[in-house]
Ligand binder design. Structure first.
Ligand SMILES: Cc1cc2nc3c(=O)[nH]c(=O)nc-3n(C[C@H](O)[C@H](O)[C@H](O)COP(=O)(O)OP(=O)(O)OC[C@H]3O[C@@H](n4cnc5c(N)ncnc54)[C@H](O)[C@@H]3O)c2cc1C
Length: 265
């Protein structure tokens, strides 16, 4: 695919000023991004490299995401969250890894159909999903949608910083590797080639069977909302303090875009 990073962006649909102002009040600036390159990472994950335009400061922290405004079948724009998997500050370019979870949805169509030079608007960067460097150990657990932010955070770990990662993906072919200076162990769970559909008993069981290392840990529960709500319940029952848990619902059956907070219930 041709790299058109320096070409003038083809404009994304204009957003209402009220929306831009409302997002800005929530600490999110609007950026225009143009697709530079797209490639398949695995059968079900596609990487988009996007040039970020505009005068606003742009400093995403590893683990944070952007809210992309993507058209549905009628052309109406809808919010879809995607994590910043990679950030090249000098080139002002980000990488976003999109899970092709089956069906024709705004997110999967964007990933598959976008051409170099296509423009999209996104708000952000946002989110409290960032690494806690002070912890004695960290546990990251989630499905394939959580792999991009988890790997982005793992890349920032220093020598001696401990982490364990439990990831559920469709099959062996969806497994990826990451370079980190940290002391990281992995546990992969395979779904027998199926797309995720609902709550994951395997992830709930894997967390229940995880023996905490000594010291005070920090646990990241990310992914399908009912899975992480159950996991948080189980952790609290094991005596883990609320402050040691960060959770965010990335998707759930029937929900269109958006995100769920764990602390609400
Ligand atoms: C903070 C945050 C960061 C995220 N980062 C990433 C990321 O880096 N990469 C990524 O791929 N996703 C990420 N997600 C998840 C992504 O935003 C959702 O999966 C989103 O719903 C995808 O939009 P869509 O248009 O494809 O499907 P939608 O139109 O939103 O959903 C249609 C239906 O598809 C089903 N569905 C949606 N997502 C999934 C899924 N992952 N697996 C199975 N079924 C699904 C549901 O039944 C849903 O009702 C993130 C979410 C949040 C909140």
């Amino acid at each position: 695919m041709t790299d058109t990073t320096n070409a003038s962006p083809r404009l994304a649909p204009t957003l209402p000023v009220e929306m831009i102002d409302a997002m800005r009040r929530r600490g999110m600036a609007a950026f225009s991004l143009t697709l530079a390159e797209a490639r398949q990472l695995t059968s079900h994950m596609r990487r988009l490299s996007l040039a970020v335009h505009g005068d606003d400061a742009f400093e995403p922290k590893p683990g944070q995401d952007m809210v992309f405004m993507l058209p549905d079948e009628t052309g109406e724009l809808n919010r879809r969250h995607y994590s910043v998997r990679g950030f090249d500050r000098a080139a002002r370019r980000i990488e976003v890894d999109v899970v092709l979870h089956g069906g024709s949805t705004p997110g999967t169509r964007w990933a598959l159909d976008s051409k170099a030079g296509d423009a999209v608007t996104a708000f952000g960067p946002r989110g409290r999903n960032v690494i806690q460097h002070g912890a004695d150990w960290r546990l990251f657990i989630g499905d394939e949608t959580t792999l991009p932010p988890i790997f982005a955070m793992l890349e920032t770990l220093q020598a001696g910083e401990k982490a364990h990662v439990i990831l559920e993906v469709g099959d062996e072919g969806e497994r990826q590797s990451v370079t980190t200076a940290g002391d990281v162990t992995f546990q992969w769970i395979f779904r027998g080639g199926r797309h995720a559909e609902a709550s994951s008993p395997a992830l709930i069981e894997a967390l229940a069977g995880y023996e905490f290392p000594a010291g005070r840990g920090h646990i990241y529960l990310l992914g399908e909302t009912s899975t992480i709500r159950r996991q948080r319940h189980d952790l609290l029952a094991r005596g883990v303090a609320k402050e040691q848990i960060f959770g965010e619902g990335y998707w759930r059956p029937g929900r269109l875009g958006g995100h769920d907070h764990l602390e609400e219930r």
